[in-house]
Design a protein around this ligand. Structure first.
Ligand SMILES: CC(C)(COP(=O)(O)OP(=O)(O)OC[C@H]1O[C@@H](n2cnc3c(N)ncnc32)[C@H](O)[C@@H]1OP(=O)(O)O)[C@@H](O)C(=O)NCCC(=O)NCCS
Length: 182
């Protein structure tokens, strides 16, 4: 028998596309039209918007907002308070909209399977995080992160890559930052 879905009495789940065994905790909101796979864990105060797609065995810790168009593949972990940006400029509205015409675009992020996103990370519009990548806490990810790498900092840079031959994480040589004396 398939495991039941658990929805905390204080959670708001409007989607009918939630996989078996998924748990949604207090004050989380999953909108109609969001797709959530099986055996996921969605923490307190998380928000999953219509049009977001979440795979199986995904952990979304407390306070994470997953917007329309975001894709999160299987076995991904989001630590608490990861932020996902999707609109590139965000101000193309109201009286100042004309200034941003042709600039503003919506560019959802995509997280490949098995990736691990540390606490407080900021994912900028349109970035893709490769399979089994690790993003260190508090990083601001501006560029795509390749699979099986560790990226940290602002902007996030790859500091380690997984070597399948030796089955070890190897350090990645850092190029000096533009303008630095290093
Ligand atoms: C990314 C991470 C996994 C790397 O761990 P590690 O492989 O043990 O790396 P180290 O501690 O040896 O650090 C390697 C280098 O990266 C730097 N670094 C590590 N994490 C960093 C981060 N989050 N931001 C900026 N720099 C970081 C270190 O300062 C060090 O730099 P140095 O070589 O110039 O001294 C870890 O630092 C991290 O951020 N973990 C996430 C914690 C978290 O969010 N937990 C939530 C749990 S649900």
């Amino acid at each position: 028998m398939a495991a039941e879905i658990f929805v905390h009495p204080q959670a708001l789940v409007e989607s009918v596309e939630i996989g078996a065994g998924t748990r949604v905790w207090a004050f989380a909101h999953v909108m109609a039209g969001a797709i959530v796979g099986a055996d996921c864990n969605i923490g307190d105060h998380a928000f999953v918007e219509s049009g977001a797609t979440i795979g199986d065995r995904v952990t979304i810790k407390n306070g994470v907002m997953v917007w329309n168009g975001v894709t999160i593949e299987d076995d991904v972990l989001f630590a608490a308070n990861v932020f996902i940006a999707d609109g590139t400029h965000g101000m193309a509205r109201g009286d100042v909209a004309y200034k941003y015409q042709g600039i503003e675009r919506v560019a959802p992020v995509h997280i490949e399977r098995g990736a691990w996103i540390g606490q407080n990370v900021m994912l900028m519009p349109g970035v893709r995080i490769g399979a089994f990548a690790v993003v260190g806490a508090n990083s601001v990810v501006r560029d795509d992160v390749p699979g099986s790498c560790v990226a940290v900092g602002t902007p996030a840079r790859v500091i380690r890559r997984w070597d399948a031959g030796t089955e070890r994480w190897l350090a990645v040589e850092q190029a000096p930052r533009p303008g630095s004396n290093a």
